[in-house]
Design a protein around this ligand. Sequence first.
Ligand SMILES: Cc1cc2nc3c(=O)[nH]c(=O)nc-3n(C[C@H](O)[C@H](O)[C@H](O)COP(=O)(O)OP(=O)(O)OC[C@H]3O[C@@H](n4cnc5c(N)ncnc54)[C@H](O)[C@@H]3O)c2cc1C
Ligand SMILES: Cc1cc2nc3c(=O)[nH]c(=O)nc-3n(C[C@H](O)[C@H](O)[C@H](O)COP(=O)(O)O)c2cc1C
Length: 773
Amino acid sequence: MRIVCVGGGPAGLYFGLLMKQAHPAHEVSVIERNRPYDTFGWGVVFSDATMDNMRAWDVKTACEIETAFNHWDDIEVWFKGRRMRTTGHGFVGIGRKRLLNILQSRCEELGVELVFEREVDSDLEFPDAELIIACDGINSKLRNRYAAAFAPDVVPRPNRYIWLGTRKSYDAFTFDFRRTEHGWFQAHIYKFDADTSTFIVETTEQTLRAHGLHEADADTSVAFCEKLFAEVLEGAPLMTNARHLRGSAWLNFQRLICGRRWSHFNGRSHVVLMGDAAHTAHFAIGSGTKLALEDAIELTRQFDRFGHGADQIPQVLAAYEEVRRVDVMRIQNAARNAMEWFEVVGDRYADTLEPEQFMYSLLTRSQRISHESLRKRDRAWLEGYERWFAQRCGLNIDPADRPVPPMFTPYRVRGVTLANRIIMSPMAMYSAVDGVPNDFHLVHLGSRALGGAGLVFGEMTCVSPDARITPGCLGLWNDQQAAAWRRIVDFIHTTAAKAGLQLGHAGRKGSTRLAWEGIDQALPDGNWPLISASGDSYLPDGALARAMTRADMERVKADFIAATRRGAAIGFDVLELHCAHGYLLSSFLSPLTNRRTDDYGGSHENRARFPLEVFAAMRAVWPDDRPMSVRLSCHDWTDGGNMPDDAAVFARMFKEAGADLVDCSSGQVSKEERPVYGRLFQTPFSDKIRNEIGIATIAVGAISEADHANSIIAAGRADLCALARPHLADPAWTLHEAAKIGVKTIPWPKQYLSGKAQYETNLERAAASGPQT
Ligand SMILES: Cc1cc2nc3c(=O)[nH]c(=O)nc-3n(C[C@H](O)[C@H](O)[C@H](O)COP(=O)(O)OP(=O)(O)OC[C@H]3O[C@@H](n4cnc5c(N)ncnc54)[C@H](O)[C@@H]3O)c2cc1C
Ligand SMILES: Cc1cc2nc3c(=O)[nH]c(=O)nc-3n(C[C@H](O)[C@H](O)[C@H](O)COP(=O)(O)O)c2cc1C
């Protein structure tokens, strides 16, 4: 085959040499616009796993790269006058020039034709090639030629960065955060050969402009950075090798996803994307070169699998794309979290978090490194952090004792102290008659209270008969219900748990069947009239709700007040107002469900007016020493709906109205929603609201292990974690998770004590005997 790689970066060179090695009869050329050894950039990092992969494919290249590597384990963070260090992180760095030189000379050795200083404008310049690799980087001309086929989606990210180098050697991957009068700058610094380090400086557009750097030439920018980072540089100068760049030396990172296909047949040749031409990750997790090299490996693997003939090309390209898309998406997800962390770091974390927690947040920014993975990397550092965190929560830890992990620290809010940070999230059980709690609810909620959660929430409890979702929903509009609730709350108070009441009104989602008889489906008979912010239905063919009048508002508000009074008298410790999931109050907040033109529709202020009226009225009768939370849908997951920025606006309003906590849920507002589920998928909303608005938050959604909860609480992404489904699977989730991570100090109910040691020993034995086959 005749193969042409357009672009002599890591992708093109490595693919060229792998194919030539696999099948010497191939005629392979790599065409590069630059001169040999001429390149932009300094060092790149990648992981041991990438090296293992490369070793399996070409030992010689791998060995040469390995001898040129600089390996280091530590991360050091300079922040607010502190220098904090942790170890066990294992990176390797190599100069980009060095890497390219190794790949170039290996190409020459194997007989790959290298053509330099040739600018390629089109794939049609190579009519004899059966296969053309478009590995011409992020601004790929070849990809852009076939934009309709590849559907590239390029998003310039808001931050600006400049990629510099310095002849100073750092023995750790170093981050330095510096505040100026206009905002924060951060430097990402890593050594890549004996005496040179990469030095990337990043800031927001706003801060850059405030300093006039958007118009500055490279020399002025270098001088600015040298002055700002003088301490970490210890007088060493910074260098740029990007003088060729037109315009500002400060770039916007381009996040690229190719939505349609990665290959295209131009009538003569197959053109396939590889490396940065196909996708980008972000330097915050340093994976671009790794992805480029792994693309090259995968395409070679598929030729080995299906055969090295031109006839096999379509099959090979399809298989290559299928495999690589999954891996790339995984890395892009992690990169997105890390990239976004650096985009908001100034206002959201640097200005608000203490240095210790700031560092923890930085280390876990991609959300792929968790609490337990930090323990594996650097136990001493992690335990030091746990000790610091526990002391901040008022615990006195004996230096000889293992500190309690963050999720087991107590949490005080107003006059209520929760024994730990775990909440059983409200869950409708559809098992009441006339809204009255019964033995099922006593056993259900009681067993979760015995199971160790710090706070046990009852399900959405409705403020009137027509506020119910289904005839099986719980209520608190009469004395019979109050008496039955009191029995449950009194029982919960015999355990270590506190009792939470979630009050709500179903609005247009009411009058439906029990979940297991048809969720969201209208009752076959016995329906009640529905009200909502505007007149519409939840399901396209569902019952129509009537838009609320002012008189309706007065009645509903009175119902909430009456239920709040009852809840206070019963002795609930925490009260939550349900303003999420498309129910009545949520229908006011979302523009998808609120199309009012009066004072209750339109702006954020108007949409929040009625929910805030209800909240304020409840707060006025709820005891001062007991906290209130508000549950919000922080993302409607559909066009035109609320986004996290809107949720933050509402969170601020509720904070000002006296809310202590925001419970950060999402969705269920519109049937059109397309939520992006995944581990901890709603935690970013909690993180944003907590650290931007300065109100305590509850994270909820796909939190299922102690490791998740510890990572969230330790990083300050939430103050509390609510778990729903895990508590259905295991009433004693909290106690069991404590045992699983070897924490023995969490008390079990005295009646169950005899089971504790045996449970812990069995887990220890299972762990010692290793994974079962
Ligand atoms: C600030 C920064 C830091 C980074 N840090 C890291 C890191 O630590 N670790 C890491 O793994 N990755 C890092 N990367 C990403 C990494 O540099 C790229 O992902 C990687 O180089 C991609 O390889 P590639 O071969 O696909 O593309 P490139 O390396 O971009 O190579 C493309 C080549 O094609 C040539 N070319 C382009 N157009 C034409 C044309 N029309 N005709 C002829 N030749 C052409 C270019 O000159 C270039 O040599 C970083 C990137 C940036 C911006
Ligand atoms: C059976 C069931 C019933 C639920 N009922 C309620 C409810 O009454 N009020 C509420 O705010 N959320 C309710 N939810 C949502 C949960 O509180 C929680 O936000 C969601 O399940 C995500 O958490 P998880 O991933 O831990 O399950 C319910 C969830 C389930 C599974």
